[in-house]
Design a protein around this ligand. Structure first.
Ligand code: FAD
Length: 628
């Protein structure tokens, strides 16, 4: 079996993984980057809108405190406030650092990095490259990896002496030291040959992204089967906030083969409006009380805001994503949807054609090629799509360390930063900020070790991976997968009810049995059916966490809407739901954990009148005490 020794193994080569690996290598650690798909093919590359960072280039009133407040409001105050603070403070440095490494951002007239408007952000804040920001981010980080490899070649005569990429390689188990229980490496297989591979390393950074492939309608691509979430859980770490799933309001709804593909929020940020079948800009009917004073109440004011933000409030099309997704859902349910079951998103009557193709080139091509719709001349049809998971591995905010020694996590696979709802643009900045912190945290952990952990469990991991190939006449993994996707979409989707979630849990239990009996025909050489059979374990485990946590949380907040508990309550805001499981994936438990009180200097960044909408009486008393 192929074996490699490293100091730090980073699983995932999106923005978080690459930034973590760069940091570990810069701190002198021998680092491996392992990724399931081709190097460069990660969700990060698909990110369109931009990276949120309070640089104040377009509006000088912006600063980290305003960004912190927006992030907490977006997450409905359930965020890990220390992460939200570090994110808001570090993000500008991380964007400038990217520029120093060669990123070519769009510019303002006076030559600064340009920043665009996005939902929930008070000021223009997203550093961007047209609508292809993620591509530039990944290109720059990959270029940085290559620059470091060139340095290593000069110093050590080997490009891969300190940083090496293992592409098309799926990790299926984390390995631990039997004696101490600390992380000791990872086990996986090469997708092309089916050959097994062992990484022997005292520190592992999980940066595997999201879980969207457990839902039928999703913007996520095939890799996003919740692997990192499941790997962490099986290794004894905890997942938090798993009930919060972001349904992006605007996915394509037609033709069926592309249903769910993302339509970037930049369309609305740049002036696009949502209309129902009656031609009404319905978002004005859906401004919730907590946001009433921040959004325009007439179309005229909303339109004026695009050119005069100092004297007008932003249009409600730019409310946080959870609000817009629910509003679209309600319009469609009320029979005011578009012919293909979405609503209309129109930029054609709002901007000249050449401006649309300049600002939104990818969207123009996406609709022209996939749906034969010319967005410069006609509206798009859009509807909600499963996009992002707010929940993830519970980590320490400063170091990104999980509860299992030697395990770190960054990016979408980690939890806490975004609370119950992520603001657009806060993911790309999250990857850079916490990717760097995870790389530094893992390096510091390795420096402090007195004994190198010894990996155990390799034979068990190999036997587990081979099971689907050794069975004959079992279930088809594609059928089990499709049923899981339907179950999650229909019963634990955008609007949730207790009976439906209980039904989903019963369904998941049956699907677990069926998944344990899947058989894959063919050999280990490039066999997608076998790969899916392995991924099913992860999707089922993560889906169970989502459904259990969602059933327990009896309120509606951010990416968790209960038909039977439609309001948000201060009591529930103080409670975090934490998932754990046994090493074989059984005994999934969800337990309550108290949300720590916000530090005095942070809580006093808000007005009392705003906090009254979210906090308990006890917390308000803490606020009063902090003011004195
Ligand atoms: P990813 O970039 O998702 O990378 C995960 C990596 O892990 C991949 O390399 C994958 O191959 C690897 N991996 C997974 N499982 C395994 C395994 N078992 N073994 C080995 N490797 C594995 N956010 C914004 O802030 N702004 C935007 O404009 C924006 N637009 C978006 C548009 C789309 C279409 C999508 C889908 C998302 C968008 N997001 C945006 C969200 C954002 O792109 C993602 O949340 C973010 O890129 C996740 O980055 P990551 O580094 O955590 O993981």
């Amino acid at each position: 079996m192929e074996r490699h020794e490293y100091d730090v193994v980073v699983i995932g080569a999106g923005g978080a993984g690459l930034r973590a690996a760069i940091e570990a290598r810069q701190q002198g650690k021998r680092t491996a980057i392992v990724c399931k798909s081709l190097f460069g093919k990660a969700h990060t590359v698909m990110a369109e809108g931009g990276a949120a960072a309070a640089m104040g280039n377009v509006n000088p009133n912006d600063n980290w405190m305003v960004h912190f407040r927006d992030t907490m409001r977006g997450g409905k105050f359930l965020n890990n406030w220390r992460m939200a603070e570090l994110h808001a403070k570090d993000a500008p440095d991380r964007v400038w650092e990217l520029e120093a490494w060669g990123a070519l951002f769009d510019r303002t007239k006076d030559g600064k990095i340009s920043q665009r408007n996005f939902g929930g952000h008070e000021y223009p804040r997203l550093a961007h490259v047209g609508d292809r920001t993620g591509l530039e981010l990944i290109r720059t980080l990959q270029q940085r990896v290559v620059a470091l490899q060139q340095e290593d070649e000069e110093l050590h005569g080997d490009f891969e002496a300190y940083i090496k990429v293992f592409a098309e390689c799926t990790v299926t188990r984390l390995l631990k030291d039997e004696e101490t229980g600390a992380i000791a490496g990872a086990f996986g297989y090469r997708r092309e040959t089916g050959d097994f591979i062992v990484f022997d390393a005292p520190a592992v950074v999980l940066a595997t992204g999201g879980i969207g492939k457990s839902f039928v309608v999703t913007s996520n691509s095939w890799e996003y089967t919740g692997d990192g979430h499941a790997l962490a859980l099986l290794a004894g770490a905890k997942l938090i906030n798993m009930e919060f799933i972001q349904f992006h309001p605007t996915g394509m709804v037609w033709p069926p083969s592309v249903r769910g593909i993302l339509v970037t929020e930049s369309v609305r940020g740049d002036g696009g409006v949502l209309r129902n079948s009656e031609g009404r800009r319905f978002m004005f009917d859906y401004i919730p009380d907590v946001f009433k004073d921040k959004y325009a109440t007439t179309e005229e004011e909303g339109d004026r805001w695009y050119t005069d933000q100092a004297n007008n409030r932003r249009p409600p099309e730019l409310l946080p994503r959870d609000e817009v997704a629910r509003a679209i859902n309600s319009e469609v349910k009320a029979g005011r949807g578009s012919p293909q079951g979405g609503v209309f998103l129109d930029v054609s009557t709002r901007l000249p054609a050449e401006e649309i193709t300049r600002r939104l080139p990818s969207m123009y091509h996406q609709f022209k090629e996939l749906a034969d719709v010319d967005i410069t001349a006609e509206p798009m049809q859009v509807g909600p799509t499963c996009h992002y998971v707010m929940g993830g591995i519970e980590v320490d905010a400063d170091t990104q360390a999980a509860s299992v020694p030697g395990l770190f996590a960054a990016g979408e696979v980690s939890g806490g930063m975004h609370g119950s709802n992520r603001l657009g643009g806060n993911s790309l900045s999250d990857l850079l900020v916490f990717g760097r912190r995870a790389g530094a945290g893992a390096s510091a952990y390795v420096n402090d070790l007195t004994r190198r952990p010894v990996p155990s469990g390799v034979e068990e991991a190999k036997a587990e991976a081979l099971e689907p190939l050794e069975r004959t006449g079992g279930e088809n993994p594609y059928e089990v997968h499709h049923e899981l996707q339907r179950t999650m979409n229909d019963l634990v989707g955008i609007i949730r009810k207790a009976e439906e979630m209980s039904e989903a849990l019963q369904g998941i239990e049956k699907l677990k049995e069926r998944a344990g009996n899947t058989a894959s025909t063919g050999s280990r050489i490039y066999n997608p059916g076998w790969h899916l059979a392995i991924d099913l374990r992860n999707m089922l485990l993560v889906s169970e966490c989502v459904a259990r946590a969602a059933l327990l949380r009896q309120e509606s907040r951010g990416g968790h809407t209960r038909d039977d508990f439609p309001t948000m309550t201060a009591e529930w805001r103080r409670r975090l739901l934490v998932c754990s499981a046994a090493p074989d994936g059984s005994n999934v438990k969800v337990e309550e954990q108290a949300q720590p009180s916000m530090r005095g200097d942070l809580i006093t960044l808000f007005e009392r009148s705003e906090l009254e909408k979210y906090l308990t009486e006890d917390e308000l008393a803490e606020f009063d005490a902090a003011l004195e």
